[in-house]
Ligand binder design. Structure first.
Ligand code: ADP
Ligand code: ASP
Ligand code: MG
Length: 412
């Protein structure tokens, strides 16, 4: 029988009533003749609560135990979803990551899926099971320990299952009815897109649009998974939501197609480091080993053989980054006068594949921010995006002003 993957995010399984509503949608697809793999998130707010408990217990926690704790939210919803389906007379059972098994790397808290052998679940489908409910976000390392895939990782679980089982489609059910030109919670003028190109979705996701986890888009692109984002709160229809697809299938042609933001950024500056060959490697090597996701980097012009090095990273990694730099300094690998952390910054980005061929996007972006009196602290560009780091208090304003400036409320 054809396989369909349906993923339900936190708000779609937030309580027993929501789980029942989600299960009804699954029932509709089962009735059409699909074998369904349902991927569930934890109830909304649950993972944040678990992360909070870990941080309170141990600020520089052992990531293996972090994973043991934060993966547990999905176990609850997987079991409840299977029970709900059974109550509807649909043959279903739950699977935790290790039972499938979802084999991952040992990079705890940000593990990557390496393989999902389909045999165990396929055997159950062959015996008449119609729905496999799989706990999202989790897997098992080669050492046999529980891993998690990074925040928002259930999206990636869903796409990986769709690829492993050759699913006809991967439907991501969430609390908005598709992918918008920007977060509809920030701008009331945000417009829903019927289609978005993989490359643009990838860039938007990696720049903070949490509607899909970045890795899920990467996988969908690589394995040609038909990926759709839709609301679990609205009427069921085959044409609903946003389809993430190849560039050629998207009709809109404009320089910018979306604005993304990332609220919880930090800007860290190492003051007065020696300007010598190998200094960047001596700084960013230890940061990488400490698992810091360094994003933007600026090296100032040197004066008297010393320079300042600035980088940005997620705000929750500041303590770890400081520790890594202090250790490198203590070992004599680097020398700096001071490490200054600005934890009140946010990143705002304009994304569009049209930028490849149309100029003037950066100029419009800088002028718009300047007209709003917003100071730019760091700039980074690539072929299809421009990002700026600004004071967090201006983030919403910047997103709205840029959305207006690029006229994203109007269909192209
Ligand atoms: P789930 O729990 O279902 O995985 P998430 O909270 O992870 O849901 O993702 C959905 C949220 O993503 C929306 O509620 C919305 O606020 C946010 N979001 C950010 N950028 C966008 C965008 N461009 N389009 C749609 N939603 C977006
Ligand atoms: N529950 C996890 C999180 O909140 C994974 C997910 O929902 O995708 O990050
Ligand atoms: Mg999510």
């Amino acid at each position: 029988m054809p396989v369909l993957v349906m993923k339900f995010g936190g708000t779609s399984v937030a309580n027993l009533d929501r789980i029942r509503r989600a299960a009804k949608r699954v029932g509709v697809e089962v009735a059409k003749g699909y074998d369904v793999i349902v991927i569930v998130s934890a109830m909304s707010g649950k993972t944040n609560e678990l992360v909070g408990w870990v941080n309170e217990t141990s600020p520089l926690y052992d990531a293996r135990e972090y994973d043991a704790v934060v993966s547990s939210g999905e176990n609850v919803t997987a079991g409840l979803m299977a029970l709900t389906l059974q109550e509807m007379d649909i043959p279903a059972r739950s699977w935790q990551g290790w039972q499938v098994p979802v084999q991952t790397t040992s990079a705890h808290a940000s593990a990557r899926i390496q393989d999902i052998p389909p045999a165990n679940i396929e055997a159950k489908f062959a015996e008449g099971m119609r729905v496999a409910v799989v706990a999202g976000f989790q897997g098992v390392s080669p050492e046999g320990r529980i891993t998690t895939l990074g925040r928002g990782g259930s999206d990636t679980t869903a796409v990986a299952f769709a690829a492993a089982f050759g699913a006809e489609r991967c439907d991501i059910y969430t609390d908005v009815d598709g992918v918008y030109t920007t977060d509809p919670r920030i701008s009331s003028k945000a417009r829903k897109l019927d289609k978005i190109a993989f490359e643009e979705m990838l860039e938007l996701a990696s720049l903070g649009a949490k509607v899909l986890q970045t890795r899920s888009v990467e996988l969908a692109m690589r394995y040609k998974v038909k990926l759709r984002v839709l609301s679990s709160f609205e009427e069921q229809s085959d044409a609903a939501g946003t389809l993430v697809c190849d560039e050629e299938e998207v009709m809109e042609n404009r320089p910018v197609s979306g604005i993304a933001y990332s609220r919880d950024e930090a800007k860290m500056t190492l003051l007065s480091v020696a300007d010598r060959p190998g200094i960047a490697a001596a700084i960013f090597g230890p940061l990488s080993e400490a698992g810091i996701n360094v994003d933007m980097i600026i090296q100032n012009i040197a004066e008297d053989g010393r320079t300042d090095m600035t980088f940005s990273c997620p705000v929750e990694q500041v303590k770890r980054a400081e520790q890594a730099m202090q250790e490198a300094k203590d070992k004599g690998d680097i020398n700096y006068h001071n490490l200054v952390a600005d934890t009140d910054v946010a990143k705002v980005s304009a994304v569009g594949i049209g930028m490849r061929s149309q100029s003037g996007v950066a100029a419009t972006m800088f002028k718009t921010l300047s007209d709003e009196g917003i100071n730019i602290k760091v700039i980074a560009t690539s072929e299809i995006k421009i990002s700026v780091l600004i004071d967090r208090k201006y983030m919403e304003l910047a997103v709205q002003a840029l959305h207006d400036a690029f006229e994203l409320e109007k269909p192209a």
